[in-house]
Structures are given as C-alpha cells and as structure tokens.
Write a protein that binds this ligand. Structure first.
Ligand SMILES: Nc1ncnc2c1ncn2[C@@H]1O[C@H](COP(=O)(O)OP(=O)(O)OP(=O)(O)O)[C@@H](O)[C@H]1O
Ligand SMILES: [Mg+2]
Length: 244
C-alpha cells in the first residue's frame, strides 16, 4: 500500500508555477529519489508534503489520512518529517540538546529523552560532538545534525533534501549506509532529493524527475536516466551546485 500519496498538487508564487498537477505515490518501505534541475520545484514539493506550505490545488495523504495543510509538527507526530536543504540548528545549544528538542513530542522523561538523543547522535556519527555547540560543527557535521534531528522523531517517512550536498565522497558513504540501514532494519520509507547521481543510483528503488514544476518521468533508476527527455532536461546540463 502507499504510505504517501500526492495528487494533483499545484503551487504558484506570484505567477511562477513552482508545482503543477504533481502526482506521486510512495510505497511503505520504498526509497524514492527525486531529481531535477535547479528551480524544478523539488524543495517546494517537500514543503507541501511536510506541511510547511499549503498547496493551491491537490491533496497530500499520509497512510490514508488527508494531511493537506496540517502544521508540520502535527505531520511529524503522524510519522513524517523532513530535513532542510539549508540547515538551521539552534546555535546556542549543544548537538545533543538540538536533537532532544526534536524528539520532545514523544513525551519521554528527561532522562529517557537525553538517552534517546545521545543514541541518535551516536548513530549519525556525531558522538564526539554531542556536547559541543551546534555552531562548532563543520558542514558535514551540520548535515548529520539535520539528519539526527529528523531521526529523533522516529519517523515512518523521512524526506531528505540534499543531505549529501557539501560532503566530500568519503563523508557521503557513511550517510548512504545509514539511510540503507534505516530502511532495512526499521522499514523507514525514504524520499530523497539529490543532485549526486551516484547516490541516487545506489539508493533509490525508483526515481521521480521534476522539471519546471511537473513530473517529467518516474520509474526505475536505469530506465529514467536513459530516458531522452530526462537527459535533455537535466542530465545533459552541468549541475550548478553539486559535484555529481
Ligand atoms: N517562498 C517562495 N517564494 C517565491 N518563490 C519561490 C518560493 N519558494 C520557491 N520559489 C520558486 O519556486 C521555484 C521552485 O523552487 P524550489 O526551491 O522548489 O526548487 P528546487 O528544485 O528545490 O531547486 P534547487 O535544486 O535549486 O534546490 C523556483 O522558481 C523558486 O524561485
Ligand atoms: Mg531545493
């Protein structure tokens, strides 16, 4: 059954059609990659799915429930969270405190919350940084913190907006392994926006291509990346902010 169902979603900003009539269905436990040129509407799609933006048209369903227009924290409580392309941790707090804050809706005791946060911090490889201020983290660390904050909510569906951007290849591997493990061991459904094609090919069961706010193609990675329309719209072009 599909755990996320997007139907007929449209969103315009002052005449710019960021999304037009987007349909998307994600099966439980699936890993879906979302690709497309800069400005294609990928982040806007996540904003709509996660509740940060209300679509002009269309519906979003999570496990069969219509969650269109619900606040992000309510959608998070229902099991779906996203990471941000631009990280925004609470700068004055430690890494562990930032993660605890994200997990608060689980209403754990203070002790349990701390343990849970430290556990997640270890899991994303930030153990040595747990009690450092978030702003001390280098880019790769901030990316991991962003992931940790999402994981702390124990999501059923995780929406990842370019979690690998700004990481060197050696830093990407452990993150890719972690994501694969999340699906294998916990059945987490992943939808990830990514410019780095090697990561898309490795992780995704299916790939959705957005171009100018529309779904250009959706299918198996090899099928989609050999589609001439996709090559024209995207793969032939030099990515402007990725080293793919
Ligand atoms: N809050 C906003 N106000 C006005 N225009 C916006 C807003 N958010 C997005 N847009 C516009 O909507 C279009 C899609 O933007 P979006 O950020 O979704 O693209 P993207 O595919 O995530 O791009 P990138 O690969 O650069 O992250 C762009 O034309 C963008 O300028
Ligand atoms: Mg984006």
């Amino acid at each position: 059954m599909s755990i996320v169902e997007v139907s007929g979603v449209g969103k315009a900003f002052r005449g710019v059609h960021a999304l037009s009539d987007v349909d998307l269905s994600v099966a439980e436990g699936e890993i879906l990659g979302v690709i497309g040129p800069n400005g294609a509407g990928k982040t806007t799609l996540f904003n709509v799915i996660s509740g940060a933006l209300n679509p002009d048209t269309g519906r979003v369903r999570l496990a069969g429930d219509d969650v269109t227009g619900r606040a992000p924290d309510r959608i998070a409580r229902a099991g779906m969270v996203r990471t941000f392309q631009l990280m925004r941790p609470f700068a004055s707090m430690t890494v562990a405190q930032n993660v605890s804050l994200a997990a608060q809706h689980h209403r754990l005791s203070a002790k349990k919350l701390r343990e849970h946060a430290l556990d997640v911090v270890e899991r994303v490889g930030l153990g040595p940084w747990a009690h450092r201020t978030a702003t001390d983290l280098p880019t790769a660390g901030l990316k991991r913190l962003e992931l940790a904050r999402a994981l702390a909510t124990r999501p059923k569906v995780l929406l990842l907006d370019e979690v690998l951007a700004g990481l060197v290849p050696a830093e990407r591997e452990p993150v890719l392994d972690l994501l694969a493990t999340l699906r294998e061991q916990e059945g987490v459904t992943l939808v990830f926006i990514e410019h780095i094609m090697a990561a898309v090919m490795r992780l995704a069961d299916r790939v959705l291509v957005l171009d100018q706010g529309r779904v250009l193609a959706v299918g198996a990675p090899a099928e989609v990346t050999s589609d001439p329309r996709v090559i024209d719209a995207y793969l032939g072009e030099e990515p402007t902010h990725a080293d793919a």
